[in-house]
Design a protein around this ligand. Structure first.
Ligand code: COI
Length: 469
């Protein structure tokens, strides 16, 4: 049983501040009258320095450069003679690389103006990063498999703890718009996200290699053929089957999100349909999911509206009446290029400049509201005592349905970031991370073409620094 909180407001606040640092007490949902006080207290506690911020250690790590890897190195390292030595080498690479990469980002945050870094969401992430940095830097050399198993536990826990970082950062950036130019905030967000992807890639790859080594049958429990994977890298991603699989999932999500629409457009595939290439499947699924979602939703909304406005208002919109979303796959010598074409009405001139931005959006209010609805995030944010609890939480049933739907299609459940209006900038971060690109051409009033290019040979190093692009 978690300890009960005292009734006296001052004592309650003190316990909550402590709990915030220790994360050991479950705070029952407070009365609405408490909300403002508690939020204020937590804002103060999260912007106060925690007990221990080893700034000299941070300086030391900031002075070290990150050591980026390529997809090919990830494959090579994990594929041949996976023995104990390799697993321990991998553990020690991750052990030293994680705190180095985190230290650089902590330093970035410290360079932000005081008013920005004291934003409750950003300051929460800052504290989290400092805590992770301090924990990871203190882990001694991993010398045995037993050490490695303990190390893996810490990494697994850190991955879980950090799962709310993206919405927190995004909310912090949106709330800081009055204090810094959108371009500066976007650059900050891009660097932080890219670094986060990089840390999760090396951490997850190590966990996966350890699992494979200790339990070679573990893949079968995840419905994957061990010969097709090296850790998290899928060696033979079939371009057309990933489109079909993610497409079917997105079609069902759109039907759930818009229960009044009768149908969704078809996804038509063209080009080099037998293309295969190595990639981290979850990254590709994320990008393709976002792009298909944009195209399908734009088509549905555009054509549903025009059908209703036309003389044939009685005609229901069926897939035959809706133009398909066409995905062209091109297997070029160095790249795989995907072109997503829709006839979804295009994007108005006034919205074009916001498309790739985390900080600028004509729908900022909407975006912020959506963030506050993320149930998973809400669970972590409940200590803020937000009123959003009453206003906008996705019903557990709906959440369960999306989760079920996702697993039916063989995808990992993601919280509905789909609705946050940051799918494009986030997808671009993913695409550029492995040296690819994402761009689009829109024809206002007609439709949009989006081009995703991925490196075929996986030779490019992780692109950790956005200035390097
Ligand atoms: C993150 O998800 O932001 C991380 O840094 C994870 C890492 C500590 C394993």
């Amino acid at each position: 049983m978690p300890p009960k909180l005292p009734h006296h407001p001052n004592l309650r606040l003190a316990v909550m501040s402590l709990a915030r640092v220790r994360r050991c007490i479950t705070i029952p949902s407070p009365q609405p009258s408490f909300n403002r006080v508690i939020r204020r207290a937590l804002t103060i506690s999260s912007s106060c320095p925690p007990k221990h911020r080893p700034s000299r250690a941070l300086d030391e790590y900031v002075a070290k450069p990150a050591r980026p890897i390529s997809l090919r190195q990830l494959i090579f390292f994990g594929s041949r003679n996976l023995d104990e030595k390799r697993i321990l080498d991998s553990a020690n690479y991750v052990r030293t690389e994680l705190p180095t990469r985190i230290a650089h980002r902590i330093r970035d945050m410290e360079k932000l103006p005081y008013v920005v870094i004291t934003n409750p969401h950003l300051s929460y992430v800052y504290d989290m990063y400092y805590e992770a940095f301090d924990t990871l830097r203190k882990i001694p050399n991993v010398k045995t498999m037993e050490d490695n198993i303990m190390f893996c536990e810490i990494v697994r826990e850190a991955l879980k703890e950090h799962s709310t970082v993206i919405p927190r950062l995004a909310m912090g950036v949106l709330e800081s718009r009055g204090h810094l130019p959108a371009e500066t905030l976007d650059r900050f967000m891009n660097t932080l996200l890219r670094s986060r992807i990089s840390r999760r890639v090396i951490a997850e790859q190590h966990l996966s290699l350890t699992d494979t080594f200790l339990n070679p049958t573990h893949f079968s429990s995840r419905h994957r053929d061990p010969n097709d994977f090296v850790g998290e890298v899928f060696l033979r991603v079939s371009a057309s089957s990933v489109i079909k699989r993610v497409g079917a999932y997105i079609q069902s999500v759109i039907l759930q999100l818009h229960p009044t629409i009768p149908a969704v457009p078809e996804i038509k595939l063209e080009g080099h349909l037998d293309t295969t290439f190595p990639y981290i499947l979850s990254h590709l699924e994320y990008i393709i999911g976002e792009l298909l979602r944009n195209s399908i939703e734009a088509t549905v909304i555009h054509h549903h509206k025009s059908t209703l406005a036309s003389e044939n208002a009685s005609i229901t919109t069926t897939p035959e009446h809706m133009p398909p979303v066409t995905v062209l796959i091109c297997n070029a010598p160095r790249h795989i290029i995907f072109r997503f074409s829709d006839v979804g009405g295009g994007i108005p001139e006034s919205e074009k400049s916001d498309l790739w931005s985390f900080a600028k959006s004509h729908r900022n209010r909407e975006r912020l509201d959506s963030f506050k609805r993320i149930p998973k995030m809400y669970a972590t944010l409940q200590e803020l005592g937000t009123e959003e609890k009453e206003s906008g939480v996705l019903a557990p049933k709906a959440k369960e349905e999306v989760r079920k739907e996702a697993s039916l299609h063989g995808l990992t459940y993601r919280p509905p970031e789909l609705k946050l209006g940051m799918g494009l900038p986030m997808s671009r971060v993913y695409a550029e991370y492995w040296g690819g690109s994402l761009s689009q051409t829109t024809m206002e009033g007609y439709g949009t073409d989006v081009f995703l290019q991925v490196e075929k040979l996986g030779n490019r190093l992780e692109q950790l620094n956005i200035d390097a692009l």
